[in-house]
Ligand binder design. Structure first.
Ligand SMILES: [Zn+2]
Length: 250
């Protein structure tokens, strides 16, 4: 893990100088590190979309967000007892930084998203640029939620929001970022789910981990049924039934 991190950091330094472009939106401080310009543009677009949805659709337009996205060849989740637990993307609250697996890697190209059957990873949608960018949007949403949550009108909270509530918001923003056509394909992956959560207690990490992608679609259906009400409750600190299993990464 340590050597991999060092090598990734060195590569990231090279990539920064190789990619002279900026990713700019309003007054926000967006940093994207990617080895090639096409990937940079895709990631930049995904990050800006997240900010636009929070500001324009969810009403969180008071803060200046700091977003740090690093596109890597390999991304690992710090899972106790399993140092090689590879993931697609991650937001780490401790270093306020996002890592996403590059779309140029075989790992990303061969991965399916929004898996219909949790036991069969090939039952998902094939990866596309749009879906890859939406994963950046998802991770950036975790970062923005973290910043809104910590601030909450100057509260400067130190405790972490539960993983279930975090994922609820991130999946809603991710699905909102998709074209109508692609979103329809995602929703059609789960024909048995056409309503949102029937119980707020289901916004917890265990329920999310049981079937993450389906959890995301139920979250989105909750949003279409109830609007921003649950998101406001989460941000205000009135809705977080989680058992606090989070280690600070989402
Ligand atoms: Zn997530």
């Amino acid at each position: 893990m340590f050597n991999k991190t060092i090598i990734a950091a060195l590569l990231a330094t090279v990539a920064t100088t190789a990619t002279a472009a900026d990713c700019e939106y309003g007054e926000h401080d967006i940093t994207i590190t990617a080895a090639d310009s096409a990937v940079f543009d895709l990631a930049c677009g995904g990050a800006i979309k997240a900010i636009q949805i929070f500001e324009d659709d969810l009403g969180y337009d008071k803060l200046t967000y700091t977003v740090d996205v690093n596109i890597e060849d390999e991304v690992y989740y710090l899972k106790p007892g399993d140092p090689d637990y590879r993931v697609f993307g991650i937001y780490d609250t401790k270093i306020k930084s996002i890592q996403v697996s590059s779309p140029t890697t075989d790992y990303a190209k061969e991965r399916f998203v929004f898996i219909a059957d949790q036991a069969d990873k090939t039952t998902g949608l094939a990866m596309t640029d749009e879906l890859w960018a939406s994963i950046v949007t998802h991770e950036v949403s975790h970062s923005i939620t973290d910043q809104i949550w910590i601030d909450n009108g100057g509260l400067n909270r130190s405790e972490k929001l539960g993983g279930g509530a975090q994922e609820f918001v991130a999946y809603i923003v991710q699905l909102m970022s998709l074209s109508d056509e692609t979103r329809e394909q995602v929703l059609n992956q789960y024909p048995d789910v056409d309503e949102g959560f029937d119980n707020k207690m289901k916004l917890n990490s265990l329920y999310h981990m049981h079937f993450p992608h389906k959890y995301g679609v139920i979250a989105y259906n909750t949003f279409t049924a109830t609007g921003t009400a649950w998101i406001q409750e989460i941000m205000n600190g009135d809705l977080d039934p989680d058992l606090k299993f989070t280690n600070g990464t989402y």
